[in-house]
Design a protein around this ligand. Sequence first.
Ligand code: SF4
Length: 403
Amino acid sequence: MKSIKELYRIGIGPSSSHTMGPRKAAESFGQQYPHAASFRVTLYGSLAATGKGHMTDVAIIDSLQPIAPTEIDWEPKIFLPFHPNGMLFKAFDAANQVIGSWTVYSVGGGALTEEGTPSPEMNSPNIYTMSSMTEILLWCEQTGKSYWEYVKECEDEDIWDYLNEVWKTMKEAIQRGLDSEGVLPGPLNLRRKASTYYIRAKGFKQSLQSRGLVFAYALAVSEENASGGKIVTAPTCGSSGVVPSVLYHLQQSRDFSDLRILRALATAGLVGNIVKRNASISGAEVGCQGEVGVACAMASAAANQLFGGSPAQIEYAAEMGLEHHLGMTCDPVCGLVQIPCIERNAYAAARALDANLYSTFTDGMHRVSFDKVVQVMKQTGHDLPSLYKETSEGGLAKDYEQM
Ligand code: SF4
């Protein structure tokens, strides 16, 4: 597996696969053809189906238009065989002759992949020799160490500086989200709710307040993401509210030090990395179980570690976080990362705290392993019809259009 730095990407939302990845691809193509007279970019499959709501065109045009006029072609009915999020970039000279073309795929979490020829990113080294939870759990039990120590052994020394930056960005997104009011961009005219949840939660007694605050923090980050604010993919933009809300809530309520939060982030990153490697974190490939489901697994593991869980209990918490999101579809209304995405982050954050608690009551023994759930998630995702995989053609997205 690659560095968890490639899982936690700091950037601008609202979508890692539909905004961050295409922006990065456009910047890279623009650098290759700085003297082009014009560009044409064809978006295929899911990228075309929900690209307008996800601001894919804005990300690409922002990157290429300063070099040369850029046109976007939308092909929502054409799915390239390699991955549902395909893009074809073409550069033209002044005589309108093609001087370069590039087919590239935005495969989730802001990552890019080329079919056949590995992209530079694909060439980045695999620094983790173990890539299943079962192997890593065994290593923990044999060495007496924890998951974050495995991360420490595999990553460069600067990983803690990087995670510190990740944590700082997450906290800033929460603060901005709590301070912001008004309506989110797009045709839904959806009002921001985080600030209201926060103030109402403060009026309740402790256990209700606790739940209300974790909702407020998750809403804050997800609303920031939906409005194109700076967030961290954890593992994606659409699911970026879950991990920060759980960690921030625990830090505020239990006084966990930043150092312990960074270690929890390391473990959460390892959990997300295992899924990214063995299945997918792309809503267009496996539905929302791969985004919010994985975020919940990451946050569950992180919370359990903070409360002193054993490696087996941490694995169990992660397993429940994902298992109980199996089959969850991706059906963003109007192609925006707003309904159901924002609320879904708040629910998943609460579920992560429940998974932590549930696991804490056990000795960590259970029947279905995390690795098994990852395999099932992958298969379930492949069995889902494409209308439930970020095309905005089914589920809630369809109902909304009929209203
Ligand atoms: S429904 Fe889930 S997977 Fe789909 S865009 Fe929203 S957060 Fe991402």
